[in-house]
Design a protein around this ligand. Structure first.
Ligand SMILES: Cc1ncc(COP(=O)(O)O)c(C=O)c1O
Length: 356
């Protein structure tokens, strides 16, 4: 039986990428070493890192003024490290609260500056940028592009003029083209759309680094890491190599416009089943529904356990929603094949016919 994982916490890898990795773990290019054993200081690893950076630059269309950092610590560390790097004593930053992850980002930022909540969502829809109450002196405005728990995703991003956006893109990084103009900084953990856990990618515009606080620990100091090509400390070498392969795979599969089309197709096949009648429902309002985190509830919660058990028996794994909101969630990250969404849609339809 073919199994598909819809886990939110970790994506599956595309079969081609996994196969290449298996070979290179056994033997790195005839060297007698495994890919897992490459020293970060070696020219082979530097070629891997530089290739990954180049591919990211191509995918996102980055300028020479953008720095690409390969760091450890996950997006959770960036919740503190972004304000620590970008704010000086007395500085203010705006935060847009749209769900669990943006609230965590706001909470973590509060020791490092005057944190002002510019807008708060209701967990079912996103506050419209026209209604954000921005602080005139904000150094940046933080947004979470895809709220993984609530299943809400910004379709577009406002250009706030003088105030650059700082975005946590962990759950929809590289799933679509984005206009870079509004952004001063983008960060994302890699395990959802770009490989495996252990790597955080930070893309930061040079203008954000001009007046920074002094006391940032070296491994988390953006300016220092930018100057050292992410080698102030040992980078997560294997996770960087996996991310590099994922970026090659994305480029080979048509880049970000094609990734966006695939995401739209995958999520549409589930939403069309959810919206057919009242057997299933999606708590996220239609215009803000995520293309990567598709949530649904059964109208009859007493069927939840049967649904989960039957889905698992059919190879449809890890569908439970986040414990804070319950229900179900299908995470459809970059490497999710269309046939995974199709198999889930067919199962949901069949389940409805049998139990509805
Ligand atoms: C939007 C978002 N931000 C941050 C995180 C935290 O990532 P990490 O556990 O890698 O720090 C997650 C994890 O699910 C997430 O979905």
């Amino acid at each position: 039986m073919t199994s598909f994982s819809f886990a939110s916490a970790q994506a599956s890898l595309p079969p081609d990428v996994r196969e290449e990795l298996e070979q290179e773990i056994r033997q790195w290019r005839g060297s007698g070493l495994s890919l897992l054993e490459l020293p970060f200081s070696d020219h082979d690893f530097e070629a891997i890192r530089a290739g990954a950076e180049q591919d990211l630059r191509e995918l996102l269309g980055l300028s020479a003024e953008h720095h690409v950092l390969f760091l450890q610590g996950g997006a959770t560390a960036q919740f503190s490290l972004a304000p620590l790097n970008l704010l000086r004593d007395g500085d203010c930053a705006d935060y847009v609260e749209t769900g669990l992850w943006s609230r965590r980002a706001r909470d973590a930022a509060s020791p490092w500056g005057a944190i002002h909540v510019a807008a708060t969502g209701d967990g079912r829809s996103l506050p419209h940028p026209q209604n954000w109450r921005l602080s005139p002196s904000a150094i940046y405005c933080h947004v979470t592009s895809n709220e993984t728990v609530e299943g809400l995703q910004f379709e577009t991003f406002p250009d706030l003029g003088r105030i650059p956006l700082v975005a946590d893109m962990t759950s929809d990084f590289l799933t679509r083209p984005i206009p870079l103009g509004p952004f001063g900084l983008i960060y994302a953990s890699a395990q959802k759309n770009l490989g495996i856990a252990g790597l955080t990618i930070v893309v930061v515009h040079g203008k954000m680094l001009r007046s920074r606080r002094q006391a940032v620990p070296g491994p988390f100091d953006y300016a220092l890491q930018a100057a050292a090509r992410s080698r102030v400390n040992t980078p997560p070498t294997f996770a960087v190599a996996v991310a590099g392969k994922m970026m090659r795979w994305l480029i080979g599969a048509g880049g970000l416009p094609a990734a966006e089309a695939r995401a739209a197709q995958r999520s549409a096949s589930l939403y069309s089943i959810i919206d057919q009648d009242s057997f299933y429902s999606c708590p996220a309002s239609a215009p803000d529904r995520s293309r990567v985190s598709v949530r649904f509830h059964l109208a009859e919660p007493s069927l939840d356990a049967t649904f989960a058990a039957e889905a698992e028996a059919n190879g449809l794994l890890n569908l439970r929603g986040h414990p804070t909101v319950g229900g179900f969630r299908a995470s459809l990250y970059n490497s999710a094949p269309q046939k995974a969404a199709q198999a889930l849609a067919e199962f949901m339809d069949d389940f409805r016919c049998r139990k509805g």
